[in-house]
Design a protein around this ligand. Structure first.
Ligand SMILES: Nc1nc2c(c(CN[C@H]3C=C[C@H](O)[C@@H]3O)cn2[C@@H]2O[C@H](COP(=O)(O)O)[C@@H](O)[C@H]2O)c(=O)[nH]1
Length: 322
């Protein structure tokens, strides 16, 4: 693994640095989604004092024991952290809490060799979900991919993957994207490759949040991580007047119609969300006169979206990336 101190000028192949530049390019060429700087200014002006601090595990739903098993849990969690919406009752907290209960029942359940043999039905039973999970068999396939590669390259342990990044968030995103194809969240937009890397980046942020920036969560370059392009935050930004959709796209989203993965509209929603949050972060930083992390802005926006916000209209894409 090249020493990242010698990183060449061009972003490394899987670099999360390419997330910012490639999503900015989309925002500059978008035709279905636009970012409203006046909307950003209004939100920033409406904030009195610091950004509301959202603690990582504010709902107390995650497994945490301060050691390698927590790293294994978080890698499994973020391998499965996508596409809950087809089942209106299923949400992220069911996944986080379900995996925690399973680990408390059997602390070897997420060993690499057991990850390799999960079936979709076994995953559903493990989470005690009353019906098939959305994309259930894909979820099992992704677990097998992680188990196989952990065994082949990291002696079966997520902690070895994390240690290989030597305290760099960017290096860990690159390692995750390099070793696990299911995390390689990218698209081709008007002939340009666009990197979103939602689950690879949220894995780093979850480590940083769970371990409070210490030990396995210590990342000197955590500021390099962008927000996580999911389906809740875009809807919050649109509700707050920061993102605007074309009439055609607005009709699709407001009528709860599905939007296919890889369409210009889907890529523009995700890329403009990342670009808008970077602009919002910049405004917050200059107003506060101190560093503001995209991760912190993300958790604030996301927790604002999942609350009692029942009229939140998010886009519906059937995908394993977010
Ligand atoms: N941008 C962003 N997206 C996030 C999260 C999280 C959870 N993060 C934990 C870490 C810190 C927080 O305090 C949380 O405890 C899940 N998601 C995404 O949302 C969607 C699920 O929505 P719903 O169906 O309503 O549960 C789905 O795409 C899921 O991948 C986040 O933080 N940021």
């Amino acid at each position: 693994m090249a020493d990242h101190g010698e990183r060449n000028a061009v972003a490394a192949p899987f670099s999360s640095l390419a997330v910012r530049s490639s999503t900015e390019w989309v925002a500059d060429h978008a035709s279905h989604v636009s970012i409203d700087p006046a909307g950003i200014a209004k939100v920033v002006d409406g904030l009195h004092g610091d950004l509301p601090a959202v603690s990582w595990d504010f709902e107390g739903i995650h497994y945490f024991d301060g050691g390698p098993l927590t790293a294994q849990y978080l890698l499994v969690l973020d391998t499965l952290n996508f596409c809950f919406w087809p089942d209106g009752d299923l949400h992220y907290d069911h996944l986080a809490a379900g995996l925690k209960r399973a680990l408390q029942r059997d602390n070897s359940i997420f060993d690499a060799k057991s990850l390799k043999s999960f079936t979709g039905i076994q995953l559903r039973e493990l989470l005690e979900w009353p019906r098939p999970l959305p994309l259930q068999d894909e979820r099992a396939r992704l677990l097998a991919e992680v188990g196989t590669e952990l065994e082949r390259s990291f002696d079966g342990q997520a902690v070895n993957l994390i240690l290989a990044a030597r305290g760099s968030a960017v290096a860990l995103v690159e390692l995750v994207a390099m070793h696990f194809p299911g995390f390689r969240d990218h698209s081709v937009y008007k002939g340009h490759q666009v990197f979103l890397y939602k689950r690879a980046q949220i894995f780093v942020a979850d480590l940083w949040g769970a371990f409070k920036g210490q030990g396995l969560g210590a990342f000197a370059d955590i500021a390099a991580i962008t927000m996580f392009a999911d389906y809740i935050v875009p809807a919050v930004l649109r509700q707050w007047g920061i993102l605007n959709y074309s009439p055609k796209l607005a009709r699709i989203v407001d009528n709860l119609e599905e939007l296919s993965s890889g369409t210009e509209e889907e890529i523009e929603i995700r890329a403009c969300t990342i670009a808008a949050v970077e602009m919002l972060r910049e405004k917050l930083r200059s107003k506060a006169g101190k560093e503001v992390l995209s991760v912190q802005v993300d958790w604030w926006l996301w927790s604002s979206g999942i609350g009692a916000n029942k009229n939140l209209r998010f886009h519906r894409t059937r995908t394993l990336y977010y």
